[in-house]
Design a protein around this ligand. Sequence first.
Ligand code: PHE
Length: 354
Amino acid sequence: MSSALDIDGLVKDAEASISAARTTEDIRQVATEVGGKRSPLAEAHRALGALDPGARKELGRLLYEARTTIDALVERRRTEIRFAEMQATMESDRIDLSEFIPGTVKSSPTRGHLHLVSQTRDALEDVFVGMGFEVAEGPDIETDWFNFGALNIPPAHPARGMWDTFYLNLGAPESTLLRTHTSPVQIHLMEAAVVNGDLPIHAVMPGRCYRRDTPDARHLPVFHQIEGLVVDKGITFADLAGTIEVFTAAYFGSDIHSRLRPAYFPFTEPSAEFEVTCTICHGEGCRTCSQTGWIELGGCGMVDPAVFDAVGIDPDQWTGFAFGFGIDRCAQMRHQIADMRALNENDIRFLRQF
Ligand code: PHE
């Protein structure tokens, strides 16, 4: 009986077994051992009946306390074990979401680089900066005035058909649009120059343009142009032709030639189309140049006096030329990319070559 009454010892033993439990299964067994029907605690309880009421009450209270302590210890250990097991599961189920880097562990990660179109824009800017031009930019979203009106293309003018326009659902119908060319930046520059009194202008303006065109080997509905504008005194068509010539040789190399063909643009007079030798077939004729041997890069001409009027520049005092051509086209010609759509496909094997 005396050993059954060693309640402190009983609790100590239980405590030792409880803290030795390592798994959910362990703690389940230990809980039965220390608190179940066959546990020393339950036995001591059963023995209570044989005691006289005074001793029974005293021992009953002590046993009740012991059970409360043991139950709490079991519960605490159970929680600890559950938590540890959960952590172990999470650790083993963990997924490595960091990017797979091709090559061996030792090799350094592959570095990205600018897209070919961005590289081309930079290279074109460099050529023009070297020729004394400044670089300016304008917004992609324009009003009808900047994209058409000020460029001598009044509403409903048949020349609007030259640019299949994406209109924005903003303001009056067809009043806001995604610019179809970079020529509206000419208007921004000339208006600012008039306000600030800082003519002459020698600037190039690269940027993204949008047209409702079906993509094909030479066209993308979202593409890039670089615009050029010179407004100065005594500027002639020869300055324009010379600038185009110098640019072509500087950018494409001396084996690539340019030619100007009479054309019509509402904002230049006279106007010309600017073409370069097709670098895919070297002038022989191929699918990319539609068998002509030439690739159209863009348009150019002498700034029309009507445009000077629109921005408030005196056409009797100032003359100028403007040009605008495709940056993507330049990339295509310089790197002999048969199909321009490759620029948008984001195939890393294609992009990595440049
Ligand atoms: N903006 C014209 C186009 O995109 C090109 C151009 C620019 C023509 C400047 C003449 C002068 O078709």
